[in-house]
Design a protein around this ligand. Structure first.
Ligand SMILES: [Zn+2]
Length: 384
C-alpha cells in the first residue's frame, strides 16, 4: 500500500483507500463542470449552486469508480476469493484480490460484476437526465447526470474489450478456461490479446501524432503502452503463481537467519555487516540473545547519512511483534498475501524455535527454479 493512500473506511468488509491524486481528479472534473458544462446548460445558475453542483458531480464520478470496484469485490468474496483492499486513484480503481478464483464460473462473475455496476450507474444517470428534461426542471443537474451517465456507459464498454488487464480480458480468460480446461493457456491467450490491443493503440497513437494530432496521439500511445506492459505483467504474475502452487514455506525458505546485536549503530551495521554479507534482511537481538526485531538494508537507505552514526538498530528495527511470521508447512502463496514485499520469519510454533526466513529473494529463486527463466525473445534467424 502506498503511503499517499488515505483509508476512508470499509465497504462490504473491504478497506477502501483513496490516493491523493483523487484530489486532482475531483479538481479537474469539478472545474470542467463549473466553468463549461454548467454555464452552457443553465446560464442563470447562481455561482454558489454551480460550485456545489460541480463538486458533487466530480465526487459522484469518483463514487461511480468506487462502485465498479465494489462490484468486483463483492462477487470475489461471494466466490470465496479474499479481497485485500479497494483503491481509487487518478486513472481509475483497483480491487486487490488476495487469491484466484477456483473455477471459471467464479472468475467470470468477478470480471463481469464491475462493468455491470458501471452499466447500471450509467443507465440510472441517463434515466435521471431524461426525467429532468421531460419535466423541464434543473437543467444543470440534468447536464451533470448526462455526463456521468455517458462516461459510465463508455467506461463499461471500453472495459469489456477482450484483452487483459481489462475486465473483458478476464471475461475472455474465464471463457477460454471453461472451454479448454487449461487455465495457463487461457491466461496466456488473454494476455496476448492485451499486448495486441496495447501495441495497436501505440500504432494508432503514432499515426495520429504523425498526422499532427499532437496530444491526443501521445495520450493514446501512452495508454497502449500501459496496457501492453500490464498484460505482460499479468501473464508473468500468473506464471509465478502457478509455479509456486503447492510449494510450502519450508521448501524455499533460507534456513540461515543472519543476526546482529541491536546496540550497533546503523553506521556500524552497514560498514561491518551489510558491506560483507549480501543479506537483505537481518534479525536484531539484545545483549541476552533475545529476538527484538528485524531490520532490512533497504529500510535504512532512507535514513540521512549524518544520522547513521547516532541511531541504533534497536530504534529502526521493525519490532518483533509486528514482523510477519509463518509456519514451515504453510503454502508460500498463502503467506505472500500476508507479507507483501517484506521478509517473513519462519517459526516452529510447537518447539518455539526460529527455523528460517522467507525473503522476496527466496520466492524469486523458487519461481525461477520451477518455471524457468522468463522466455527469451524469439529468434528470427532460420537456425534459431
Ligand atoms: Zn473492473
Amino acid at each position: 500500500m502506498l503511503r499517499s493512500d488515505v483509508r476512508i473506511g470499509r465497504i462490504a468488509g473491504v478497506p477502501v483507500y483513496l490516493n491523493w491524486t483523487v484530489v486532482v481528479l475531483v479538481w479537474l472534473l469539478g472545474s470542467m463542470f463549473i466553468t463549461r458544462v454548467l454555464p452552457d446548460a443553465d446560464p442563470g445558475l447562481a455561482p454558489g449552486a454551480r460550485l456545489v453542483l460541480g463538486l458533487a458531480g466530480a465526487a459522484a464520478f469518483v463514487g461511480s469508480i468506487l462502485a465498479h470496484e465494489v462490484g468486483h469485490a463483492v462477487m470475489a468474496k461471494r466466490g470465496g476469493v479474499p479481497v485485500d483492499s479497494i483503491r481509487v486513484w487518478l486513472f481509475g480503481g483497483l480491487a486487490q484480490l488476495a487469491g484466484e478464483a477456483r473455477r471459471p464460473g467464479i472468475a467470470l462473475r468477478i470480471a463481469v460484476a464491475g462493468p455491470a455496476v458501471s452499466l447500471a450507474v450509467g443507465f440510472a444517470a441517463v434515466g435521471l437526465e431524461v426525467l429532468l428534461d421531460t419535466w423541464g426542471v434543473a437543467p444543470g443537474l440534468a447536464a451533470v447526470a448526462s455526463w456521468l451517465g455517458r462516461i459510465n456507459l463508455l467506461l463499461a464498454a471500453l472495459n469489456l474489450l477482450p484483452a487483459l488487464p481489462l475486465d473483458g480480458g478476464r471475461v475472455l480468460e474465464a471463457a477460454l478456461w471453461w472451454r479448454w480446461g487449461d487455465r495457463d493457456r487461457a491466461v496466456r491467450t488473454a494476455a496476448g490479446a492485451g499486448r495486441v490491443l496495447g501495441y495497436g493503440l501505440v500504432a494508432v497513437g503514432a499515426f495520429v501524432l504523425l498526422r499532427g494530432g499532437g496530444f491526443g496521439g501521445l495520450w493514446l500511445g501512452l495508454i497502449g503502452f500501459f496496457l501492453a506492459s500490464s498484460a505482460r505483467l499479468e501473464a508473468e504474475g500468473h506464471r509465478a503463481r502457478s509455479a509456486l502452487a503447492g510449494t510450502t514455506v519450508g521448501e524455499v525458505m533460507s534456513p540461515v537467519v543472519p543476526t546482529v546485536p541491536s546496540y550497533l549503530t546503523v553506521e556500524e551495521f552497514l560498514r561491518d555487516h551489510v558491506a560483507h554479507q549480501p543479506h537483505a534482511t537481518w534479525t536484531v537481538r539484545s545483549w541476552g540473545g533475545e529476538l527484538e526485531g528485524v531490520v532490512s538494508a533497504a529500510r535504512l537507505a532512507g535514513l540521512p547519512t549524518e544520522r547513521r552514526a547516532l541511531v541504533h538498530l534497536r530504534e529502526v528495527a521493525v519490532p518483533i511483534d509486528q514482523v510477519p511470521w509463518a509456519r514451515p508447512d504453510e503454502l508460500v502463496l498463502d503467506v505472500l498475501g500476508r507479507a507483501a514485499d517484506a521478509a517473513v520469519l519462519v517459526v516452529d510454533v510447537e518447539q518455539q524455535q526460529l527455523r528460517g526466513m522467507l525473503s522476496p529473494a527466496d520466492v524469486h529463486r523458487a519461481i525461477l527454479q520451477r518455471a524457468g527463466a522468463p522466455r527469451a525473445p524469439r529468434s528470427w534467424s532460420p537456425v534459431g
